[in-house]
Design a protein around this ligand. Structure first.
Ligand code: ATP
Length: 287
């Protein structure tokens, strides 16, 4: 569905993405994660055909999307702070969605307006940040586009609304199987509904894996300093803090039976690292 091969892109001299390659072959939900300014939006714009790579190939269902209206029809890209017309109200934006996307579902759009408590007669320019995010999200879901790209859809939404949003993405993906790419800083929350994760770091695709694999990565060990140093010898320690004679370390190994046994044998406490903390440390380590 998506092919990105040796793509380099920069707004000026300096490249933001350098020689990146990845494929998305199947329907599902992929979380796109990266530190601020890593290049998530830049990548999404290339996929949506808004920009053209300086080098390399971007293909959506076998065709380069840049300036190709027929390809862009299969891609709904809801960018952060989408530029709606200043004279439109909420209903106008839904009418536009209906006109633009051939698989548009107006019943779904109306149902979602109620869930997110959006007044269809309200001017978009008068919506709060969270309400505008909700509207963009509603358009993304109702488009039923084969590739639906949501850039920071939860921007400005409270925890309750974010929870609703994740549930709706999963249900929509199951009812209308397609590929969702969702960029987010709330990786801990969204990982529960994702099939895979794509991490952009240091201008590259740093991680692109099924979420189940990455979810198991990283353990916290706490206990006697000398014992911890012995059992973690030769392993990647991502973070360490001393608590008197005790040590707390984050180790880049899977939270599996082997490590649970090692911990129990040496009287150490063991815990799974949160995905967000693991990724923060991994991208720090690679800096
Ligand atoms: N139109 C532009 N002109 C020049 N530089 C830009 C432009 N848009 C983005 N950049 C730069 O490109 C880099 C990547 O930005 P991008 O918005 O893709 O990152 P991001 O991962 O989406 O960040 P965030 O999580 O903060 O939204 C940043 O250094 C940013 O300043």
């Amino acid at each position: 569905m998506i092919r990105v091969e040796n793509v380099t892109y920069g707004y000026g001299e300096e490249s933001i993405l350098k020689d990146i390659s990845f494929k998305e072959k199947e329907n599902g939900i992929t979380a796109v994660w990266g530190r601020n300014g890593a290049g998530k939006t830049t990548l999404m714009k290339l996929l949506a055909g808004h920009d053209k790579p300086n080098k390399g190939i971007v293909e959506i269902m076998g065709t380069a999307p840049y300036n190709r209206a027929e390809v862009v029809q299969s891609v709904c890209y809801m960018q952060e702070d989408h530029p709606f017309s200043s004279i439109w109200n909420v209903k106008d934006s839904l009418r536009f969605g209906q006109y633009y996307y051939s698989n548009w579902d107006m019943d779904m759009a109306n149902r979602l307006l109620k869930i997110f408590r959006l007044d269809e007669n309200k001017k978009i320019s008068k919506l709060s940040k969270g309400m505008k995010s909700a509207l963009q999200f509603i358009i993304g879901i109702s488009s039923n586009a084969k590739i639906t790209i949501l850039d920071e859809p939860s921007n400005g939404l409270d925890a309750n609304m974010r929870k609703k949003m994740y549930k709706i993405i999963r249900e929509s993906q199951e009812q209308h199987p397609r590929l969702f790419l969702v960029s987010t800083h709330h990786i801990e929350e969204i990982q529960q509904i994702c099939d895979s994760i794509l991490v952009i770091h240091d201008k590259e695709v740093f991680i692109h894996e099924p979420i189940d694999e990455i979810r198991e990565c990283g353990i916290w060990l706490v206990g006697d300093k000398n014992t911890i140093e012995k059992v973690t010898d030769g392993q990647y320690v991502l973070e360490a803090s001393e608590l008197g004679s005790r040590l707390k370390v984050m180790v880049d190994v899977p939270f599996n039976e082997k490590w649970k046994e090692i911990a129990s044998l040496h009287g150490l406490s063991i815990e799974k690292v949160k995905l967000q903390d693991y990724l923060l440390n991994k991208t720090e380590e690679a800096e």
